[in-house]
Design a protein around this ligand. Structure first.
Ligand SMILES: Nc1ncnc2c1ncn2[C@@H]1O[C@H](COP(=O)(O)OP(=O)(O)OP(=O)(O)O)[C@@H](O)[C@H]1O
Ligand SMILES: [Mg+2]
Length: 148
């Protein structure tokens, strides 16, 4: 099933719809080409968690960490586009971060593995410039899918 996102507001709103059910330990992997709308989704999610300020693209540094009271729960917004090797990934410590934060990860294909309970979302540019979103929903997310 493809979810149609006619404009960037719709991408943001779809991200925001995940916020109320998001728990520490959750991982959302955002697949999609350059400019597909991954950061736009993350911005919506952060707004839904209560964040008021800008949402920078975390290409440098690779992680932007958000925490209460700014957001309802701790969230790491991660962009792995510029990751060069496995040692760099080790240093970031995503596994440890999952202990008390939710993770939303752009360019997850840079990881050598993904946790099996990861929610995998793929954004694609549709003819005319809108976006289509598809999802691979693991059992851990079943009760929370589709988001409202
Ligand atoms: N549903 C949509 N329809 C049309 N434009 C959209 C939609 N969603 C997002 N956009 C626009 O696409 C552009 C790129 O978005 P964004 O920066 O979120 O992409 P990205 O996937 O994070 O890119 P990168 O790979 O560089 O990190 C922005 O101008 C954004 O407003
Ligand atoms: Mg981005």
């Amino acid at each position: 099933m493809t979810i149609h996102l006619p404009d960037s507001k719709a991408t943001e709103a779809f991200g925001a719809a995940f916020a109320s059910a998001l728990q520490p330990g959750d991982v959302i992997a955002l697949f999609g080409a350059l400019g597909a709308g991954k950061t736009t989704f993350a911005r919506g999610l952060l707004r839904g968690l209560g964040h008021d300020g800008d949402v920078a693209s975390p290409t440098f540094p690779i992680v932007q960490a958000y925490a209460p009271p700014d957001t309802r729960i701790p969230l790491w917004h991660v962009d792995l586009y510029r990751i060069e090797d496995a040692a760099e990934l080790e240093e970031i410590g995503l596994d440890e971060a999952r202990g008390d934060a939710a993770l939303v990860i752009e360019w997850p294909e840079r990881l050598p593995f993904l946790w099996p309970d990861t929610l995998r979302l793929t954004l694609a540019v549709a003819p005319g410039g809108a976006r289509g979103l598809t999802a691979q929903v693991p059992p851990a997310w079943g009760a929370r899918w589709p988001p409202r």
